[in-house]
Design a protein around this ligand. Structure first.
Ligand code: NAD
Length: 433
């Protein structure tokens, strides 16, 4: 089978490489000429463990190709995945410009039956909208089917998530299109992956409801952590005690500086916009978003509690990506926190194992260091924002010996406060005793 993936970003490239690994012939298309040029040279445009080798192997074996030319790829593919971005618009809704442009490009180049699949996270009703755009753009009547096949991969473990997903969701109205999708995902059928086959609207909503629920767990535990600080309880024990209940589960119950990334902030906001447009208030999601905004401010408040003003002080920020094992800084809490430190006239030094090049495009004027140790050296305060493994192994003496000051704001609860206190450090974490 030949498939075309339109949009070779995070989702498009992982999807393309993984389908190629399944044995499918894949063309990844992107309008970004530089991206395609460097992919053709074997250069992966972002950091994702294992993706280099997967792409290289499938290119060598002739199953994975890259192009900027949508026309040829549309003609040669039976299934076309739309995997372009759906960023947040000013009013919170998903910006559908890119998806709609791709729909028109597909229609302009279709010459026989196609299955057109939205892989991008798209508001409920998009399947119908794209169908109408394509039908209107086609010069003659050509059959096609719409499918919604939302993606649930996590950056940092994207390949494993694609190859061994918890479930595959397929929303379609025509059994023929469902059969083609099942054939495409046959290797996952064979390992007994659960398939949820439903209509397009339901599939579209499953993605938003899932992300909103994950965001709810994070905001929930962040609020519980804040309460823990007031009453002398330990949020880690609370989370453990809760998570052992199988109805609750232990995942996404780790307090932090607020959720970020390319999905949870934009998808919760887009879901709120959808609820507003449909006159059906989602009060829980509304609260989740507000709690998250407050949580990002709490890290700064802790710094102010410890130091009074940060003006003229040197603050080392460890961790810039929104989570470990990725260089993605989209909506990372580090952006808000560094922005606030700069406006408070602090001197910011930063270190991240992968995300510094991306952050340099946002904040060119701060000091970027080669290692965590170099960032810590001479700092009045250190703030830890991402739980990269390498930060867990920083020797506690490094903080005490190399810093000028003694304040550590541990936004990921990684360090032993008692052991640091013994070394003369003043530590703040989230909801631990
Ligand atoms: P991305 O920004 O990394 O990639 C989008 C790509 O589409 C870019 O390379 C862009 O150049 C390309 N593009 C835009 N218009 C195009 C056109 N007309 N023709 C060809 N290429 C075009 O985005 P992403 O992170 O891969 O996200 C894509 C979608 O998947 C979004 O809807 C997102 O919400 C969803 N999603 C993302 C993740 C994630 O972890 N990143 C996970 C699940 C779902």
């Amino acid at each position: 089978m030949h498939v075309g993936i339109i949009g070779t970003g995070y989702v498009g490239l992982v999807t393309g490489a993984c389908f190629a690994e399944f044995g499918v012939f894949v063309t990844c298309i992107d309008k970004d000429k530089d991206k395609i040029k460097s992919l053709k040279k074997g250069k992966i445009p972002f950091y994702e463990p294992g993706l280099d080798e997967l792409v290289k192997r499938n290119v060598q074996q002739g199953r994975l190709t890259f192009t900027t030319k949508t026309d040829k790829a549309v003609k040669s593919s039976l299934v076309l995945f739309i995997a372009v971005g759906t960023p947040r618009r000013g009013d919170g809704a998903a910006d559908m410009r890119y998806v709609e442009a791709v729909a028109k490009e597909i229609a302009a180049n279709m010459d026989d039956y196609k299955v057109i699949v939205t892989k991008s996270t798209v508001p409920v009703g998009t399947g119908k909208k794209i169908e109408a755009i394509i039908a209107k753009t086609l010069k003659e009547k050509i059959d096609f089917d719409m499918v919604s096949n939302p993606e649930f991969l996590r950056e940092g473990s994207a390949i494993e998530d694609f190859m061994r997903p918890n479930r595959v969701v397929i929303g379609a109205n025509n059994p023929h299109a469902i059969a083609i999708m099942k054939d495409l995902y046959k290797p996952l059928y064979l390992i007994e992956t659960p398939f949820v086959i439903t209509n397009i609207e339901t599939a579209e909503l499953i993605k938003y409801a899932s992300n909103a629920f994950l965001a709810t767990k994070i905001s929930f535990i962040n609020e519980v952590a804040n309460l823990c600080e007031k009453i002398g309880a330990d949020v880690h024990m609370v989370a453990k005690g809760m998570g052992l209940d199988k109805r609750i589960g232990p995942k996404f119950l780790h307090p932090g500086p607020g959720y970020g990334g390319s999905c949870l902030p934009k998808d919760t906001n887009a879901l709120l916009k959808m609820s507003e447009e449909n006159h059906e208030k989602l009060s829980i999601v509304d609260a989740v978003v507000k709690v998250n905004e407050r949580q990002k401010k709490r890290v700064i408040e802790k710094m102010h509690d410890a130091m009074g003003s940060v003006r003229g002080k040197t603050i080392a920020v460890l961790g810039l990506s929104f989570k470990p094992n990725t260089d993605d800084i989209r909506e990372s809490p580090a952006i808000d926190i560094i922005g606030r430190l700069i406006s408070d006239e602090a001197n910011v030094k930063a270190y991240d194992p992968q995300a510094m090049n991306n952050m340099k495009k946002v904040f060119g004027g701060i000091e970027y260091c080669d290692s965590a140790e170099k960032a810590i050296e001479g700092a009045d305060a250190v703030v830890v924002l991402t739980d990269w493994d390498e930060f867990k192994y920083i020797k506690l003496d490094v903080f005490a010996d190399k810093m000028k000051g003694n304040v550590l704001v541990d936004g990921r609860n990684m360090y032993d406060v008692a052991a640091l206190s013994k070394r003369g450090m003043t530590c703040f974490n989230l909801g631990r005793i």
